[in-house]
Design a protein around this ligand. Structure first.
Ligand SMILES: NC(=O)C1=CN([C@@H]2O[C@H](COP(=O)(O)OP(=O)(O)OC[C@H]3O[C@@H](n4cnc5c(N)ncnc54)[C@H](OP(=O)(O)O)[C@@H]3O)[C@@H](O)[C@H]2O)C=CC1
Ligand SMILES: O=C(CO)[C@H](O)[C@H](O)COP(=O)(O)O
Length: 636
């Protein structure tokens, strides 16, 4: 832990720091000793330092603190006058305790005049006091007392303050427990809490700690007040619990214990419109709310997830150092974490991420079904084929997982064959569909992925109708189709990504969130369930375009892909295999690349029965309505 004594020059930071050092046995450092030469010269000449002067000094100090903490902690005397300076000092997720040595101008001026051999003349005091922005999260110590009494005040606060952890997590399920272990392994002191349900869920947090004796620095709680009390201010509390009302109930319980300036983060898969409302609501209490998408499942959370924070930017700045520590890293070593935008932007981006995930999963499932049933390929042949594709640019986390599943045997049998073909879903995919409809974004392929899961749930009906409508399948040219499969797979994925990102573009513009599509794709290149070589390529492509179909770099992929996708979908349908996402993908592409569609008939029909009006090809300026579409009996 770093004990930071702050206040204007002359407030006694050095004297008290040295005394405190003797008392607690931690080394003492004076921030003034780390000023670059230029700053010292300026101060000697009586010239006040500006913010630019202070940047390298504060950066050095924040880096030094990391090393000091690794060596067991330290005491640092540093003026830290502005909130922005304190933010820079906090930039490395070091555990800190802040003490603000406070006194009035006359008292400090008197003390400064009495000092000898110090380069800070008393005339600078007024400029320091003008600069001072009193801290919101520091223990205030009055300096209008003897140094011994000041020391006693600090010692008593250190003893009585139960705030020992830098970060708190609520919900020790799959994600919460893994993120807790990830943070603890990065040497962040954390507190964890899980609800108690008598006889059902008891000592859950304690059990996590017991199960990982090798991991140090996790404090378990089953009482919410004690959990909150254990966190240093401003508190940073991450909720990893199911979306919906549970989140509101948890926030309501937290509100009893938290203070202004604390940060509450919802890392679950919440609906983004709910997150925007929660941010507004909590703002009224002075609490920063960050709605953060997290991707990666258990392994990602443990080793490096992809993080999509949004909402309160001030709150984000306070948690940023912790997020940077635990996030997965892209190929350049940069954290797969990016503040996406205000309101519910973080959860919106996670919703679209999951929607693409639905598409990616469904295309793999459709291919698996077609290859196995339609083409009669063995599991071994399929594995071989997918492995080859992986080497040819189709590698992804989900492809890798599919290969593991296809090779996974239990009791000498393929486990996959024993798994019921009824797919679940927990919300995000469907919300993306309704959001796309609300904002007018064509979304058929990813809608088809949601529908496919819904169709799967009608197991009984499917079994019954399979008997009513036995499939008569046509012959397929196996060789030709097998050669086209990879191209069809690539094309369907390209379309799924195009659609997902087009929703991001549309909603981002409508809500004025200033979303950065390249950064979002970059954040999904590691830690995320939809990480892939394609995503890496797209992070580059989105630097120069916001529409994949408009990208010159992808023109040939779309052209060639359309042909192979149409062939494969045609063959699949001939073989009696449903290919909802792949066929919607080729339909989307054909639709989006048809200069003249058949929507003229749609408009004519709407006008014919409902007087909705239509525009003319030669004059699009206004709508017109035709009174008499049908001929009367006499005219006919
Ligand atoms: N699993 C995944 O791959 C991912 C999940 N998510 C999202 O993260 C969140 C957590 O998911 P995950 O860890 O998988 O879920 P789990 O079901 O594994 O864990 C849920 C946690 O929430 C707690 N909880 C449940 N109901 C309540 C309640 N009424 N009040 C307080 N706490 C409650 C549970 O406590 P108890 O043990 O007592 O029931 C448990 O600690 C969800 O929103 C999920 O959608 C996000 C990314 C990936
Ligand atoms: O967010 C996730 C992965 O990114 C979760 O695993 C989520 O549960 C997946 O969605 P669904 O349960 O609807 O398949």
């Amino acid at each position: 832990m770093i004990i930071l004594l702050m206040g204007v020059s002359g407030s006694g930071k050095t004297t008290i720091g040295r005394m405190l050092s003797g008392k607690v046995g931690l080394p003492f450092y004076d921030a003034d000793d780390f000023h670059p030469k230029n700053n010292v010269e300026k101060m000697k000449a009586g010239i006040p330092l500006n913010d630019q002067d202070r940047v390298p000094w504060l950066e050095t100090l924040s880096e030094k603190m990391v090393a000091w903490e690794e060596n067991g902690g330290a005491i640092l005397a540093c003026s830290a006058l502005k909130a922005s300076y304190r933010k820079m000092l906090r930039s490395h997720a070091v555990q800190m305790r802040w003490f603000f040595l406070k006194g009035d101008e006359a008292l400090i001026a008197k003390r400064m005049k009495a000092r000898e051999g110090h380069y800070m003349p008393a005339s600078l005091l007024s400029s320091q006091l003008e600069t001072l922005e009193p801290p919101k999260h520091a223990t205030i110590i009055s300096i209008d007392q003897t140094p011994e009494n000041i020391l006693e005040d600090i010692m008593s606060d250190l003893k009585n303050n139960k705030a020992v952890s830098s970060f708190g997590i609520i919900g020790m399920g799959v994600m919460g427990s893994s993120l807790a272990l990830n943070l603890a392994e990065k040497d962040v002191k954390i507190s964890v809490y899980n609800r108690t349900l008598q006889g059902v869920e008891e000592d859950v947090a304690q059990k996590l700690v017991d199960a990982h004796p090798e991991v140090k620095g996790i404090l378990p709680f089953d009482k919410l007040d004690e959990f909150v009390e254990s966190l240093e201010q401003p508190r940073k509390i991450l909720m990893m619990i199911p979306a919906g009302q549970i989140v509101d109930q948890q926030i309501a319980r937290l509100l009893t214990f938290v203070d202004k300036g604390d940060v509450i983060i919802d890392g679950g898969n919440s609906f983004f419109e709910d997150s925007a409302k929660r941010q507004q609501y909590l703002q009224g209490y002075g609490i920063h709310f960050v709605g953060m998408g997290i991707s990666g499942g258990r392994d990602g959370a443990l080793k490096g997830p992809s993080l999509m924070p949004g909402g309160s930017e001030e709150g984000f700045e306070l948690i940023k150092p912790y997020l940077e520590k635990i996030a997965g890293k892209d190929k350049g070593g940069k954290p797969c974490m990016h503040y996406v935008g205000p309101d519910g932007a973080g959860h919106f981006i996670k919703m679209v991420h999951n929607s693409i995930e639905y598409g990616e999963i469904q295309v793999l499932a459709e291919l698996y079904g077609f290859m196995r049933k339609g083409l009669g390929m063995s599991i071994e042949e399929m594995v071989k084929t997918f492995k080859t594709w992986s080497k040819e640019g189709a590698d992804s986390y989900l492809m890798d997982a599919t290969l593991a599943i296809l090779s996974h045997e239990k009791d000498g049998k393929l486990l996959l064959d024993g798994i019921l073909d009824v797919a679940g879903q927990t919300g995000t995919g469907g919300w993306a569909v309704s959001t796309a409809a609300k904002y007018g974004v064509p979304y058929a392929p990813l809608t088809a992925a949601v529908t496919a899961r819904l169709v799967s749930t009608h197991k009984e009906a499917r079994v019954s109708f399979a008997q009513t409508y036995p499939r008569k399948t046509d012959e397929i040219d196996q060789k030709e189709i097998i050669d086209a499969l990879k191209g069809a797979y690539d094309m369907a994925r390209l379309v799924n990504h195009e659609i997902g990102f087009s929703l991001i573009k549309k909603v981002g513009e409508a809500e004025k969130w200033g979303l950065n599509m390249s950064e979002i794709a970059r954040c999904w290149t590691n830690g995320s369930i939809i990480q892939s070589s394609l995503m890496e390529k797209l992070a580059g492509v989105f630097k120069s375009t916001d529409c994949l179909m408009a990208s010159a770099a992808l023109k040939a992929s779309f052209e060639n892909g359309a042909k192979t996708l149409a062939e494969v979908v045609g063959a699949g349908l001939k073989a009696g295999i449903a290919m909802p996402v792949m066929s919607a993908a080729i339909n989307f592409f054909y639709g989006m690349s048809s200069g003249q569609s058949s929507a003229n008939l749609v408009q004519a029909l709407r006008d014919c029965f409902g007087e909705h009006g239509y525009r003319l090809v030669d004059d699009v300026s206004g709508k017109i309505h035709r009174n008499k579409w049908r001929k009367s009996k006499e005219e006919a």
